[in-house]
Design a protein around this ligand. Sequence first.
Ligand SMILES: C[S@@+](CC[C@H](N)C(=O)[O-])C[C@H]1O[C@@H](n2cnc3c(N)ncnc32)[C@H](O)[C@@H]1O
Length: 427
Amino acid sequence: MANVRALAAQTLFQVVDKGQSLTAQLPYASQKLPVKDRALLQQMCYGVLRYLPSLENYCQQLLDQPLRGKRRVFQFLLYVGIYQLQHMRVPAHAAVAETVNALKSLGAPGMKGLVNAVLRNFQRQQVTLEQSANEIMVCQYNHPSWFIKKLQAAYPETWTDILEANQQQAPMWLRVNQRQADTVTYAKQLDQAGIDYTLDESHPDGILLDHPVDVTKLPDFPTGASSVQDAAAQMAARLLSPQDGDLILDACAAPGGKTCHILELADAQVTALDADEKRLERVTDNLNRLSLEALCVHGLADEPDNWWQGEQFDRILLDVPCSATGVIRRHPDIKWLRRATDIDELAALQAKILDNIWPLLKPGGTLVYATCSVLPEENHQQISAFLSRTDDAKHITLHAQDKVEQPGLQLLPGITDGFYYAKLQKL
Ligand SMILES: C[S@@+](CC[C@H](N)C(=O)[O-])C[C@H]1O[C@@H](n2cnc3c(N)ncnc32)[C@H](O)[C@@H]1O
C-alpha cells in the first residue's frame, strides 16, 4: 500500500515544480490510498501550499544546499514533515518517524539521516526560524509578492484581511434544488440527518454547513436535491433572474454549477458553451444528476461565428476565465501557478469575450458578468472600459455604491468566496 507522506511529496512536486493543478493531481494520488488516509493527504498538500514560502525559508536555513534534480521530491517531503510539526496535531515524534519512514516507499532509505536531522533541527530552532522568516513579507503572508503588491494597491485598508482569509479552510455551502424542495424543507432533512447548518436570508437557495461533510451523507444528493456551491457563486443565477421561456446563453459554463442553478429556477432554454470539451462532460453529468436539460456546445465565447445559430438571447451569463484569486483558500496552488503576467492576458481575453458576445444579446436583454477574482483589472476596470466603448450598454446598479465610475459588486473572501458581478442591459 502507498505511503501517504510519500504521495503528498510526489503530488506537491508535480504541482509546484511541474505546474500541474492540485485539482487534477489529488484524485490521482488519493486513489492509491485507503479511504481513511485520503483526508490526511489532502490536509498535507493544502497545508504545504498554504505555507510554501515559510517552509522554503526554513529549509534554506537548515540545509547546506537545496535538494535538486532527482532529489527534489525529498525537499517536498521535508516541507510535509515541517508542516506537520508546525501546524498539525500529530505528536512530534510520530511526525518525524513517519516522514522518515516515507523514504522507504520513495526508494531512498539512504536519505534517512538527512531528513531526520533537518526535522530535529527544525524542532530545536523553531522559534528563531519563525521569527526570522516573519521579517520577510512573502513568508509572513505566504503569498507571492506580485499578488501582495496588487492587493495593497487595490485595497489599501483591507489587503491583510484578504491574505489572512486566503489561508483559512473554506466553508461548505449547499444549494438547494428549488424544483425538489424549498430551502427550509431541505434544512429539516439536514436536521434529521444530524448535520448542523446556518440559514442566511441573503442567499435564498443556500445553506451554510457548520462543518464540511462528505456528499454521500447529504439527504437525496444522488437524486439532485442539493448541490455543493459557494453562496457567492449562487448569486449568478439569481442576478440573471431567468424567466420561463427565456433563451439563455451560459457562455463559459463548465462544470455547470451555474447552468444547473439557472434551470432550477426557470423553465428556460439554456445553451451551455465551453472551450474545454472534457470539462463540458461534467456539465452533462451535473445536468443528469439534477434531471435538467440544456444544449451543451463546445466552442469559444470569443469566436461565436463558429457555433452561434443566429438567434439572439434574452439573457447571457459570462462567468469568464479569470485569475481565480477570490478562491485561493479552495485552491492554494493558484498562488504558485499564476504569474503576474497572466493577469494582463486574462483581462485581454475577458475584453474580447465581452465585445464578441454582446451582439448575441437581444435589445432589452440582460448580461451578467462574473469572475471569482479580487483584482480590479478583471472586474470593475474591465466593466468600466466596456461601458465606455459600448454605446448600447447600460449599467444596472446592484447596490448603493455600484456607480458607473466603479461599477459592480466586489465580494471578498470571508463567509463567501471572493467574487465580482456586474449587470448590464442592452438598449
Ligand atoms: C470560471 S469557469 C466557469 C465555471 C462555471 N460557470 C460554473 O459555474 O460551473 C470558466 C470556464 O471558462 C472556460 N473557458 C475558457 N476560455 C473560454 C473561451 N474562450 N470561451 C468559452 N469558454 C472558455 C473554461 O474552460 C472554464 O470552464
